[in-house]
Design a protein around this ligand. Structure first.
Ligand SMILES: [Zn+2]
Ligand SMILES: [Zn+2]
Length: 414
């Protein structure tokens, strides 16, 4: 889950019953061999939590993953996208699929008093990627004991999910040529959804995004004599207002999208109309064509306002992550795997997509697959909160899901 201060409670305004995890525990199908891993996994998770590392600097994290794989006797390739690792289970023959975990932390000062709180000033695992990495390591341990694996499972430990697009960099460095899988799967822990539940949707699940910066420049002047110059403040205000018509009036109401201005800077005095005003913000949409359409319309509105006010409006756009899209066939497979672990009645298939974005989208743009949310509890701090902590109760659930998914996927793949 990338670069958004998401409030998970708001991401799920409706739809989920609050079910106490203790009520669900007895119904979970988690093998004894996975539960035996639990204590060790907690230790791994806490060790990772103490030492958060951000985009492409996950050097110690990567070493930690490699050391655990060495202990388990699992072969791997290190150094993809600097700190990425791909482990191999199975002999490289038969059907091939990939499971992916992200490893990076955030530039946030931790505000918990956990005994394993971050020891790095200004950095913390506030999105649970320490837990994701641990669950994939746990799955590596369990799957490596299965001698009858009917194919090959690659485990992708990915850097730089939050920003700088680590998934894209791994792909650019030949991820899917070197490890030619037919499908790829990801997951995220999800505060706001009860432990023991999962959300698995078909189609778009997270938004594509981009950011923009706009400069409105003209002839500043005395505030009491506006006729002697151009008004950059008023032009900026008009542009902000007009841009709100893009989502409400110009695109299909059936498409989910957002245009948000998040910065506005201009002026230094009460009595001067400034020469420049700077604006910035983000656009989001659940489909890449809609995102491209919104970008074009924003540029169009910038041009109109520029002409209307006789000012120069320049817009620079930076693409973010594409929309995350679950292939229907693999979403069904993920649903079966999650249902086998958590019971079908605890799997939500109709949850609304999140307007946050996720760089696993780059992998899903290359290979079909599915990305699911595992409930992390309804009483937990949200993702990217300085009070957040990954819920360790998810560790065995996540491993059980990965193992079940790998078994089902290898059986159905050609
Ligand atoms: Zn995140
Ligand atoms: Zn995340």
């Amino acid at each position: 889950m990338a670069n958004s201060q998401l409030d998970p409670a708001k991401a799920f305004p409706i739809g989920f019953d609050v079910v106490k995890s203790t009520e669900l525990d007895s119904d979970m199908a988690v093998d004894r061999e996975i539960l035996e891993f639990e204590d060790e996994m907690r230790k791994w998770r806490h060790a990772l939590h103490r030492h958060p590392e951000t985009a492409f600097q996950e050097v110690e994290t990567s070493r930690f993953v490699a050391a655990r794989l060495d202990e388990m006797g699992i072969p791997y390739t290190a150094g993809l996208a600097h700190t990425g690792i791909v482990a191999q289970l199975g002999n490289g023959q038969g059907p091939k699929i990939a499971l992916r975990a992200d490893m990076d932390a955030l530039d946030i000062q931790e505000a918990t008093d956990l005994r394993y709180a971050s020891e790095v000033e200004g950095k913390m695992h506030a999105c649970g990627h320490d837990g994701h990495t641990t669950m994939l390591l746990g799955a590596a341990g369990v799957l490596s004991r299965k001698r009858d694996l009917p194919g090959t499972v690659y485990l992708i430990f990915q850097p730089a999910e939050e920003f700088e697009a680590g998934a894209r960099k791994m792909i650019e460095e030949g991820l899917f040529e070197r490890f030619p899988v037919s499908a790829v799967f990801g997951l995220h822990n999800w505060p706001g959804l009860a432990v023991g539940r999962a959300a698995v949707s078909s189609g778009p699940v997270m938004a594509g995004s981009g950011t923009f910066e706009i400069t409105v420049a003209g002839k500043g002047t005395h505030a009491g004599m506006p006729q002697t110059g151009t008004d950059q403040i008023l032009a900026a205000a008009r542009l902000i207002e007009n841009a709100q018509g893009i989502v409400s009036r110009e695109i299909n109401p059936g498409e989910a999208a957002a245009v948000s201005f998040t910065k506005i800077h201009g002026g230094t005095a009460f009595n001067v109309i400034p020469e420049t005003v700077h604006l910035a913000g983000t656009i989001r949409a659940l489909s890449d064509p809609t995102l491209a359409d919104i970008r074009e319309r924003l540029e169009h509105h910038a041009g109109i306002v520029g002409r209307q006010f006789g000012v120069e409006v320049t817009l620079s756009y930076t693409p973010g992550y594409p929309a995350t899209f679950n292939d229907p066939r693999y979403a069904a497979l993920a649903r079966s795997a999650a249902g086998a672990v958590l019971e079908d009645r605890h799997i939500d298939e109709q949850s609304p997509a999140s307007m946050g974005s996720e760089d696993f989208a780059f992998m899903l743009a290359q290979r079909p697959g599915a990305y699911i949310w595992l409930g992390a509890g309804t009483d937990r701090a949200g993702l990217h909160s300085p009070h957040y902590d990954f819920n360790d109760d998810l560790l065995p659930i996540g491993v059980a899901y990965w193992v079940k998914l790998a078994e089902l996927a290898l059986r159905q793949e050609p």
